[in-house]
Design a protein around this ligand. Structure first.
Ligand code: SAM
Length: 288
């Protein structure tokens, strides 16, 4: 049994002496943690992620400095999906599956209803790094949190079910910061697998990159980072709501970037992504 298996089963193996850092696309999760750490330090923070800073400290923020330009966008998207997941859990979704969870610590930091189980799927190296950095905090989540190392381009359903997920129970799914790194064909397969595993009442939150989005900030550093770590965006989606409808989901909330700013009181338009058209963030309900 390796360390991850033991962690999944609630054991407490000794941690490795030398930290294994994520590589490639896994490093983008550290960039998101950097944004969450910076937001958590604000007096007017939209959420508090007390674990985010430790991930950044372990890697060093120079590696992911290119993602700073998306800091306020990531803070808004985090707040939106925090609210979506909590509302879904309180509305009857007893399972939460975070696809490409990265260094997301919602399983630890949100006030879930008692019976909620949170499954985190990501690549093995990212989950191993997360396990090593979180230390005992990860164990405090007890049986609520289960990690599932898997490649989301493959058939990950059996691994999820093997980890205790039930396709008979309503689930709140989240694909945040993932779909742009996969191809259109991968994303079609992924959303169909999610649909197959979704009982009535299930919900899904997604983030895509809308190709019509314009950027106020200079994103050249981000592009350089993507190319240096070998993690380009491989797809964009101009019509996320239409895409979800075609795959059996009814969009419930699809705020424009302006609406998102207003909703969370960031009227100064601090964000780097602008535009009044469709944003890339949508939550939906299974079925018509
Ligand atoms: C930008 S990060 C987002 C992480 C997290 N959702 C968040 O918002 O904090 C992208 C994540 O996608 C994961 N990822 C990318 N391709 C993947 C794949 N094929 N299978 C599983 N995870 C993948 C990476 O390992 C990384 O953790």
């Amino acid at each position: 049994m390796d360390e991850l298996d033991q962690a999944r089963l609630g054991g407490a193996p000794p941690r490795s002496d030398s930290l294994r850092l994520p590589e490639g696309v896994g490093l983008t999760a550290v960039g998101v943690a950097l944004a969450r750490a910076r937001e958590s330090a604000r007096d007017d923070r939209l959420f508090d992620d007390p674990y985010a800073e430790a991930f950044v400290d372990a890697v060093g923020d120079e590696t992911v400095a290119g993602m700073k330009v998306f800091g306020s966008y990531i803070a808004l998207r985090t707040a939106l999906f925090d609210d979506y997941l909590l509302a879904a859990a309180r509305g009857g979704c007893t399972q939460v599956v975070i696809l490409a969870a990265g260094l997301d610590t919602r399983a630890l930091r949100l006030d879930w209803p008692g019976e909620t189980r949170v499954f985190e799927i990501d690549l093995p190296d990212v989950l191993a790094f997360k396990y090593d950095v979180l230390g005992e905090a990860a164990e405090a989540a007890g049986h609520r949190r289960t990690v599932v190392p898997a490649d989301l381009r493959e058939d990950w359903g059996a691994a999820l079910t093997g980890a205790g997920f039930s396709a008979q129970a309503p689930t709140a799914w989240l694909a945040e910061g993932l779909l742009p790194y996969l191809t259109d064909a991968d994303n079609d397969r992924l959303v169909d697998r999610v649909g197959d595993l979704s009982a009535p009442g299930s919900r899904l939150g997604i983030e895509v990159v809308n190709p019509t989005t314009t950027y106020r900030g200079d994103v050249s550093g981000f592009k350089r980072m993507q190319s240096s770590i070998g993690a380009p965006w491989r797809s964009t989606q101009p019509d996320p709501s239409g895409w979800l409808i075609r795959h059996g989901w009814r969009p419930a909330d699809a705020p424009t970037m302006e609406e998102l700013h207003r909703r969370y009181g960031r009227e100064a338009f601090l964000d780097e992504r602008t535009g009044t058209g469709a944003g890339g963030l949508v939550t939906a309900v299974r079925g018509g």
